[in-house]
Design a protein around this ligand. Structure first.
Ligand code: CAA
Length: 444
């Protein structure tokens, strides 16, 4: 059975914070830390009437309308998020409540849930949808999978530099138009305490450690993927979308991944004259010397034309949107896939039948790697996305406005603020109900 993503829509928060131009000077930092170090230019942030539900519902509405889906043809609605505001009622019920306001028909028989494992849960929700269809329980219906987050950090936390807000809605069904998913999968998963939110809104983060954990779990997932029959030769893949907390993280992960994938291949042999053979653990009497040698080899590898050509073709295009929006947590790897395919469309690359290696990650910590095959309908699906128009029309915040909007979204503050933008034909947050529930309405 051919099962995968039939279509997707991306919805960004309506505000933007210019990192080198506005944030860095206010923090007394060099703008180069953002543009060159982290690889970030602007963050997307939610306006006063936006949150994880409005962004998820707006992306979903657009997707279902465009694909002309009748609500009765949706058998599952799964929302992946690490920004949920309710420990019992899942975000998917709020999203379905919004959609019920505008669709003719209802989502009464769709199984709804919420997926949690930090940023990797967007991919886990895709997995659940794939398994549900493969198990024969969908009865021809599709699953709506939405990854939505307001990735905000406490003020003055180092993570503040990587904030973002947005949603990606994906329709999963048989004979998909965009990409098909496959059975081979690799997992690297260990109990880690690097990034967590123990019943608190903003994360507790050990930033430097989180980066080490990201790399370690990715390597394990890659090994597991290869053991399970996955092809890891770098020439197999046309695009390699990574979970992208910030592009600088992906630059590190890509070099390690490439080094791992070319070991014992003709690519390693071809590079031998230029940079030598990769160090092997059994050639060193202690781990520190081995790590030093591997670090130096990786540095040299990154300078080679072979690596740079591979990176420019398969990874660099996947960062085009992340650079302008920051981290969307659960949506981040799906933004990377979208950006890569959008860049391929614009440079007239023919992707039909080609493979994507998708590398997802969630703190806490788990990496997941799987392959996808691009379907004949991909061009039409990607062509209609308006994400770059959305990015261009964001309102650019001054630093004082940024401080005020951060307070608006801080659950410990009660700040009223006039929105910076005017919503049109979309769902908005509309105050509180009698049981403390958040309420939403659709404005024309
Ligand atoms: N010019 C060029 N480069 C500069 C520079 C300048 N003027 N100033 C600094 N840099 C470089 C630094 O050298 C560094 O690059 P390297 O890592 O290659 O050395 C980079 O810019 C960042 O600078 P710092 O390390 O000084 O930045 P920081 O200490 O303020 O924190 C961070 C960076 C740890 C990533 C922090 O933003 C953070 O905690 N982020 C949240 C956690 C996170 O995103 N972790 C990623 C892995 S976990 C994950 O992926 C899950 C998730 O989504 C959260």
């Amino acid at each position: 059975m051919n099962v995968g993503i039939d279509g997707l829509e991306v919805w960004t928060g309506k505000l933007k914070l210019d990192l080198p131009g506005t944030f860095a000077p206010a923090k007394g930092e060099d703008p180069g830390k953002y543009t060159k170090g982290l690889g970030l230019y602007t963050s997307s942030l939610p306006d006063a009437y936006e949150d994880i539900v409005t962004m998820a519902a707006n992306a979903s509405k657009r997707l279902l309308e465009r694909k002309e889906i009748d609500p009765r043809d949706i058998g599952r609605i799964d929302v992946a998020t690490e920004s949920a505001f309710d420990n019992s009622k899942p975000v998917s019920t709020y999203v379905a409540g919004c959609l019920d306001q505008v669709f003719d028909g209802e989502f009464r028989h769709a199984n709804k849930g919420e997926r949690k494992f930090a940023c990797v849960s967007g991919t886990q929700a895709l997995d659940d949808a794939y398994n549900w269809i493969q198990a024969g329980r969908s009865r021809g219906r599709a699953a709506l999978v939405v990854a939505t987050d307001t990735a905000l950090y406490a003020r003055d936390d180092p993570g503040e530099a990587t904030q973002g807000a947005g949603a990606v809605a994906m329709l999963v069904d048989e004979d998909p138009d965009l990409v098909s998913l496959s059975e081979a999968q690799g997992i690297g998963s260990v109990d880690e305490t690097d990034f967590l939110k123990p019943n608190q809104q903003f994360p507790s983060v050990d930033g430097k450690r989180s980066m080490q954990v990201y790399l370690a779990r990715m390597r394990e997932a890659l090994q597991d993927f290869a053991r399970n029959g996955g092809d890891t030769h770098p020439d197999t893949f046309d695009l390699v979308p990574f979970h992208t907390p910030f592009p600088g993280m992906v630059q590190k992960a890509a070099a390690l991944g490439f080094r791992h994938c070319v070991r014992n291949t003709e690519v390693e042999t071809q590079l031998e004259d230029e940079i030598g053979r990769q160090p092997r653990r059994n050639e060193f009497d202690n781990r520190d010397n081995y790590f030093e040698a591997i670090k130096s080899y990786t540095k040299d590898l990154r300078e080679t034309d072979t690596y740079q050509g591979w990176y420019a073709r398969t990874v660099e295009p996947t960062l085009d949107i992340s650079r302008e929006v920051g981290n969307w947590y659960t949506g981040s790897v799906h933004v990377a896939r979208t950006a890569g395919m959008k860049a391929a469309l614009e440079s007239d690359r023919d992707l039909v039948g080609s493979s994507l290696l998708v590398a997802s990650y969630g703190s806490g910590a788990q990496a997941e790697i799987h392959a996808e095959t691009v379907q004949p309908g991909w061009r039409e699906e990607i062509r209609q996305l308006n994400i770059y128009d959305q990015l261009d029309s964001r309102y650019s915040l001054s630093f004082e406005e940024y401080e005020a909007i951060h307070d608006v979204h801080n659950h410990d503050e009660s700040t009223d603020l006039e929105p910076f933008t005017t919503p049109t034909d979309e769902f908005v947050f509309d105050g509180w109900g009698r049981m403390g529930e958040r309420k939403y309405t659709h404005v024309e």
